[in-house]
Design a protein around this ligand. Structure first.
Ligand SMILES: [Zn+2]
Ligand SMILES: [Zn+2]
Length: 284
């Protein structure tokens, strides 16, 4: 079960794997909006709700902060939607950028969340064995077909999972030129798209940003996301925000329909970038 909440004050949205995780993240977000309505002095802490004018005060400890957050949460609790999926925010298909360290639990949760939406999975990765293990461990059932597109030199070594459904492995050069990657992917998509809804995981974006000029990566992503959109695919790209400069992230974000940060079991987004879909502006 995934819970969704959308802030009515700003463009923030969150999705969480449990109601408790959602509540905690919502309480923090609401408090960020209302922080100036809480005053502390030496003796006491006082708050006043910006929505209904209710007030509270305590004379010791941090109880006031928690009671203020709980009060704010009470105003929005009924807005939480259950049984949500992140891709509903972009109409079921499109491209989503996931900002998270590549091998953390949060990224694994995001992969499982997005791969559970496809009949056919295409996974572009440098670590095929780890991705197959993840599919095996996290998905309620295997996709009807799984295609690994990998830069690994020996993609079949260390594969200790035997998928019960069709598995194909396609290799691309470990130091590829981007047009080679694009062509390989395009052929893979072409041979896979007849098998039903496509969910495409793209794990190697951080490496591409490390290796190529930003503008080159931007153009590549723009072409690739157009191609995937034609195929009606749901594409999810992973970028490590600790390894890529924020200025570069800001540029690349323009290509995507949605950008989420994955933190544990909570995904957050500042806005749904729907308008970027037709015409991203080229970075200078
Ligand atoms: Zn907000
Ligand atoms: Zn209130």
């Amino acid at each position: 079960m995934v819970y969704r909440w959308r802030c009515r004050t700003c463009t923030f949205s969150l999705w969480a794997a449990s109601a408790d995780a959602a509540a905690e993240a919502i309480r923090s977000h609401l408090f960020d909006h209302a922080e100036s309505n809480l005053c502390r002095d030496d003796l006491r802490t006082v708050w006043r709700c910006p929505h209904c004018g209710a007030q509270g005060e305590t004379y010791a400890g941090d109880g006031a902060l928690e009671s203020f957050k709980s009060h704010l949460f009470g105003h929005v609790e009924s807005q939480i939607e259950a049984d949500a999926h992140v891709v509903d925010a972009v109409g079921g298909t499109g491209s989503v950028l996931v900002l998270a360290p590549i091998d953390c639990d949060a990224a694994a949760n995001a992969r499982a969340h997005f791969l559970s939406r496809g009949d056919a999975a295409v996974v572009v990765t440098a670590d095929p064995a780890a991705r197959l293990r993840l599919l095996d461990r996290k998905l309620p059932s295997w996709p009807a077909s799984t295609t690994l597109v990998t830069t690994a030199a020996e993609p079949l070594s260390g594969l200790d999972v035997d998928p019960p459904t069709e598995l194909a492995v396609v290799t691309v050069d470990g130091q590829p030129d981007l047009s080679g990657v694009g062509e390989t992917l395009s052929r893979t998509i072409q041979s896979t798209e007849a098998r039903g809804a496509l969910s495409v995981e793209f794990d190697i974006l951080t490496e591409l940003v490390d290796t190529f000029e930003l503008q080159t990566v931007f153009r590549f992503l723009h072409l690739l996301s157009s191609r995937l959109e034609q195929a009606g695919a749901l594409a999810h790209y992973y970028l490590d925000p600790q390894r890529v400069q924020q200025a570069s992230i800001n540029v690349l974000e323009q290509v995507f329909d949605l950008v989420i940060r994955a933190d544990g079991a909570v995904f957050t987004s500042e806005s749904v970038n729907r308008s970027s879909r037709t015409r991203p502006s080229t970075p200078s």
